[in-house]
Write a protein that binds this ligand. Structure first.
Ligand SMILES: Nc1ncnc2c1ncn2[C@@H]1O[C@H](COP(=O)(O)OP(=O)(O)OP(=O)(O)O)[C@@H](O)[C@H]1O
Length: 250
């Protein structure tokens, strides 16, 4: 369970990107966060794995006060949370399987990490993860020879190999064409349903958010202005989230 309790986030330049956010997400939910550019969507999801530190309130994940974590504990905590980016973040000049195997690097002794020596079980887990996203046949292809959609699937497989409880995705389909975007959203949905992994994603495509997520969180200028079922998002809700368009910027 992810719990935001009166959370605020003020960047070092003084800009308040999150204001008094209260939000509880249960294990296994599929939540889409929507809002204008600059509304605070990335900031919100990046506080969960401490890519950004909150500056007020409390953020609790599975009973752990996230801000209390340090060093080894923080690294162990981050292992439970997968992160997917718009730009895939792959090592493009190497094979797909090697990209997925990097998921194990934080747990390896230095000499195995340095020389890229992986055990049979790790290789099997990596191949299983590729199978889950339907690109097992690409395991030994160089990542830069894949399409954008396939590259995003490799990123998803790398995250799955980590065995996460939560996947955070920051605009995962923003650079994909509409057909490929749907295929990647289908992967997220399948992973969410089959593996009960919580999926929390930021997305600019409202139609995809409403089609795939069960719950939608609308954020505007750092505040939650809608939190409810996707089916109940109507024009009035969308106006509250998006209308009279200009967000404050830092
Ligand atoms: N490091 C930073 N320092 C200062 N202000 C920042 C920083 N990062 C983000 N901001 C500001 O915080 C606000 C929220 O940014 P954020 O990236 O969370 O928005 P977003 O809703 O994800 O936008 P987009 O859809 O364009 O990615 C913006 O006004 C942004 O300019």
């Amino acid at each position: 369970m992810i719990e935001f309790k009166n959370v605020s986030k003020r960047y070092p330049n003084g800009f308040e990107a999150l204001k008094n956010v209260n939000l509880t997400i249960d294990q296994g939910e599929f939540v889409a966060i929507i809002g204008l550019s600059g509304a605070g969507k990335s900031t919100l999801i990046r506080t969960i794995n401490r890519m950004h530190d909150i500056t007020g309130g409390e953020l609790v994940v599975d009973g752990t006060d996230v801000m209390s974590l340090q060093g080894k504990e923080l690294r162990r905590f981050r292992r439970k949370i997968g992160m997917i980016f718009q730009s895939f973040n792959l090592i493009t000049r190497t094979t797909v399987i090697k990209n997925v195997l990097t998921a194990f690097v934080p747990e390896l002794p230095w000499w195995r990490a340095t020389f890229g020596i992986f055990k049979k079980e790790e290789k099997i887990k990596a191949l299983e993860a590729l199978d889950k996203v339907g690109i097992l046949d690409k395991a030994f292809v160089r990542a830069d020879q894949l399409s954008g959609g396939q590259q995003q699937r490799v990123a998803l497989a790398r995250t799955l190999a980590q065995n996460p409880q939560i996947i955070l995705a920051d605009e995962p389909v923003a650079s994909l064409d509409p057909v490929t975007a749907k295929q990647v959203m289908d992967d997220f949905l399948r992973i969410n349903r089959d593996m009960k992994i919580t999926v929390l994603l930021n997305i600019h495509h409202v139609d995809l958010a409403l089609q795939y997520a069960t719950r939608v969180v609308g954020i505007r200028a750092g505040e939650i202005v809608y939190d409810g079922p996707a089916q109940e998002v109507d024009q009035k809700v969308l106006d509250a989230i998006y209308q009279s368009g200009k967000e404050e910027s830092a």
